[in-house]
Design a protein around this ligand. Structure first.
Ligand code: DGL
Length: 281
């Protein structure tokens, strides 16, 4: 990617491997409806959760490049797997070359920051994709802030397909929801706080609650990410000025427009959306 002209003004970019980031976008827009947003879902290449570091990094960088091309001064990786596997390299290696005035932020740090206040036992569980668990990004971020907290992870490979296929409320989903929760709590029975470290999982929240003891706090990250972004913009008025504010939201997908519209309705409380199909390379 060549250097881009700066400083640009434009929408806030929100990227996910697919639909899950819509749960984050939804919370961000509720908190800050006045801003413009461009949501980009790499639906043609989802899921990222089972892909290697190299591939997730390559795909995520392509998406960030596209959102920068469209003028976004700030991009949120609303995908835990992309945040875990690509964010740091993009921030440290690519941004200084592309345009050092733009910013790319993730969803793991805002969640990690809140954990210290939530857990009494100091034993925290993490449910996420295999890629996020393997990356140990949550462990590293939480330990930077709260070294006394024990973090135990369990990968939930069946949960994203359950949500993507609109089976998350079906009786069949119970088996897989309970299985991963039981495995997590068997690893560490002292867990009193469970992070849903994947953007799809908030849709399973009602089911998850059925299989978690009542004293265990479940953390869905959308609101934390939204508040963290608002706080970031308050602390960085120069970036805030560059984020345009006409209340528009544009949706882009690497899949077909019809397919995106059909499934996006599961994640968004919005009847009608305009979608454009784009290619990433
Ligand atoms: N959005 C991804 C995440 O939050 C889940 C879907 C995927 O595996 O691509 O980890």
């Amino acid at each position: 990617m060549n250097a881009l002209p700066h400083p640009t003004t434009g929408a806030i970019g929100v990227f996910d491997s697919g639909y899950g980031g819509l749960t984050i976008l939804d919370k961000i827009r509720k908190l800050m409806p006045e801003y413009d947003y461009i949501y980009l879902g790499d639906n043609a290449r989802t899921p990222y959760g089972t892909r290697s570091f190299e591939v997730v990094y390559e795909f995520t960088l392509q998406a960030v490049d596209k959102l920068f091309e469209l003028g976004c001064p700030l991009v949120i990786l609303a995908c835990n797997t992309a945040s875990a596997k690509a964010l740091r390299t993009i921030q440290q290696v690519n941004l200084p070359v592309i345009d050092e005035t733009r910013r790319v932020l993730g969803v793991i740090r805002p969640t990690a920051e809140r954990i210290g206040d939530m857990t009494q036992s100091r034993h925290v569980g993490l449910l996420a994709t295999a890629g996020t668990i393997k990356s140990e990004s949550y462990l590293l971020e939480i330990h930077k802030l709260f070294p006394d907290i024990t973090v135990t992870g369990e990968a939930c490979p069946m949960w994203v397909p359950l949500v993507e296929n609109n089976e998350f409320e079906s009786p069949g989903a119970d088996y897989f929801v309970q299985q991963y929760i039981d495995r997590l709590l068997a690893q560490d029975p002292e867990i009193d706080t469970i992070i849903l470290g994947c953007t799809h999982y908030p849709l399973l929240l009602d089911k998850i609650k059925q299989f978690v003891p009542p004293h265990v706090h479940i953390v869905a990250q959308g609101e934390y990410v939204a508040h963290s972004l608002q706080d970031y913009l308050n602390r960085h008025p120069e970036m805030n000025r560059r984020c345009t504010k006409q209340g528009n939201c544009r949706f882009l997908t690497t899949e077909s427009e019809d397919k995106f519209k059909e499934s996006a309705s599961i994640f968004l409380q919005q009847e009608h959306i305009e979608v454009e199909s784009i290619a990433l390379e």
